[in-house]
Write a protein that binds this ligand. Structure first.
Ligand SMILES: [Zn+2]
Length: 340
């Protein structure tokens, strides 16, 4: 089968080539992949990969959707059925038994710990597949498992964002930030965004953001305080890290919460502990979402209330262009690879 395979680190180490088709094992289903999402972690795997147990060569791609080709007769999955996949979890550890699959002690993320979705086929345990109606747009649904599920858990997981609250979304444009904006608006909350691009701010306002702050020309926290009667926002979503951390903390109201799901500018910001304890701020990390949250998200999508924002689609042969656009931060929404 055709696949985008990482053979060695760096851009030239990712090659689209022939690769052995996976053999389905009992308890698994084989899927013909039609679309796969591109994520920051793909760049990390391509260029670094430190701290993630894996071997090369490795097919990259952490999320995707397609059609079932083969499955066990009693699995509930049938050939031709459309499906989207959830991360491979063990189903037996203390976290899985508590329904908290993202914390699974034996989590095997496609494109990180095992072969991923930038390929024609993937075989995964039956429990990882969510069947979809025949009318589902497989490209759209392939945008959901990573950015949209991460956004869902950040907004509604630990401390639910309420309709009377305001959230600040740092760095609008990334898949997860755009997902947060859409989901916050669906929940009825007010959303303020930041960007260095007036064009991205304009797009965010179209999606329902109440204000956009261009951080190159305006100090973020000062503008946020002006927009919130001097109080600050209830929640900040920050996937930028070091570069935005200080302004994110200064934008929070007393008792507010900062949720982090990424560190694209660095992992070690100044903590500003005095501000954290005096103002009783909450800071917590989030990644992915559990299976129940994923089912809720797919339900929202299937109801027609949520349409993921897709920036561009690329053929598998053109995967380097997708990675380039992501690396330059030019996208607004999700980048998808289609696999014909
Ligand atoms: Zn587990």
């Amino acid at each position: 089968m055709k696949a985008a395979v990482l053979e060695k680190r760096g851009a030239e180490g990712l090659r689209v080539r022939d690769f052995p088709k996976p053999q389905r094992q009992p308890g698994e289903a084989l899927m013909r992949i039609r679309a796969a999402g591109v994520n920051r972690v793909d760049l990390y795997m391509r260029d670094n990969g430190v701290g993630i147990t894996h071997q090369l060569p490795l097919i990259l791609g952490v999320e995707g959707a397609g059609e079932i080709v083969e499955a066990d007769p009693d699995s509930g999955l049938k050939p031709g059925m459309k499906a989207v996949t959830y991360t491979q979890f063990c189903g037996r550890c203390r976290y899985c038994l508590a329904g908290e699959q993202p914390l699974c002690e034996s989590l095997r993320i496609a494109g990180e710990h095992r072969h991923g979705f930038f390929a024609e086929y993937i075989s995964l345990p039956t429990r990882c597949f969510i069947p979809l109606p025949d009318t589902t747009d497989l490209v759209e649904v392939a945008a959901l498992p990573s950015a949209y599920l991460t956004a869902w858990r950040m907004l509604f997981g630990k401390r639910q964002l309420r309709p009377d609250e305001t959230v600040l979304i740092v760095g609008i444009g990334s898949g997860v930030a755009v997902a947060c904006l859409q989901l916050a608006r669906i929940a009825g909350a007010r959303a303020i965004v930041t960007s260095s691009s007036d064009e991205k701010i304009r797009r965010a306002l179209e999606l329902g953001a109440s204000h956009g702050i261009n951080y190159r020309t305006e100090p973020v926290s000062k503008s946020v305080l002006a927009l919130t009667d001097g109080k600050g926002v209830d929640m900040v979503i920050d996937s930028v890290g070091e570069a935005s951390w200080g302004e994110s903390l200064r934008s929070l109201r007393r008792g507010g919460r900062l949720v982090t799901c990424g560190a694209t500018t660095g992992s070690n910001p100044p903590a500003d502990l005095q501000r954290v304890f005096i103002r009783q701020l909450e800071i917590y990390g989030s990644t992915g979402g559990n299976l129940a949250e994923f089912r809720e998200l797919i339900g929202l999508y299937s109801s027609g209330k949520l349409r993921p924002v897709i920036d561009r689609r690329y053929a598998l042969d053109d995967i380097d262009s997708a990675f380039g656009r992501l690396q330059r931060g030019e996208q607004f929404g999700k980048l998808l690879i289609t696999i014909e």
